[in-house]
Ligand binder design. Sequence first.
Ligand code: AMP
Ligand code: ZN
Ligand code: FE
Ligand code: FE
Length: 285
Amino acid sequence: MLIDLHTHSSRSDGTDSPRALVGCAAAAGLDVIAITDHDTAAGWDEALEAADEVGVRVVRGLEISCRYRGAGMHLLAYEPAPSHQPLLDELVKVLAGRSMRLPAMLQRLRELGIGITGDDVTAVAADAAATGRPHVADALVALGVVISRDEAFDRYLSPGRPAYVDRYAADLVTMIGLIADAGGVSVIAHPWGRASRRVLSTEAFADLADAGLVGIEVDHNDHSSADRVALRDIAQDLDLVRTGSSDYHGSGKVGHPLGCNTTDVDQYDSLRDRLRAASRTAGTA
Ligand code: AMP
Ligand code: ZN
Ligand code: FE
Ligand code: FE
């Protein structure tokens, strides 16, 4: 059984529609995928419909932009009740932060002499409920300014580059609590990738486990094999679930094909057990 618990559709910054994503998962031989768009559940219904048609099981998820000890973090939330108002309120704040920084980034680019407008971004982000830097990158590719998303990030959009603008992110510990209140479970995404590595010490993982974190995404292409061994040990010591996933973005992110990392069946079963317990406790079962 092949299980991939972290994928993106065009409702955020992936390039496949939710339906196409599920079709690609079937074609790749996957049995279970989680659709985990950034900060939005907008792809869930379409993905679930397609799942019935092609016989892939779809887990409803989100990848939520958070902050912890000053660093940006991504938190995977699985199966929270979408109607839980405090969670919805927080997601609205994160999405508003995305919308607000977009004009600021475009202004910076114009100051660099690049004639980019909001319409250029809308043209490449038509299906997206959560717009982000990858869409700005796609617009820069469409305008012929750069040849790839990677080049756009390296030259303009990564932290420290001239068009980078920060935005609102949810407090990580608060968000872990909100997901539990909504009857879902949370898994920290690519904890030792990019910005999050420097603050996520063993002690920090223990702090997050105390807050209700359920799992660690151990197998991710941002992690070296030494990282994976160390993270596996941390997960084991703290009784956290270990997941593995692709972080697939369609053609939007190279080197992350569907199923390039997968979650062991016993870990998936443990995640489902903890999900059942969480929804019972929250009263959402
Ligand atoms: P944002 O949501 O606007 O903060 O942008 C973050 C998204 O950009 C994440 O989905 C990353 O996968 C993506 N990203 C970050 N760095 C790069 C890069 N160098 N090339 C392509 N995508 C990237
Ligand atoms: Zn993304
Ligand atoms: Fe991420
Ligand atoms: Fe992701």
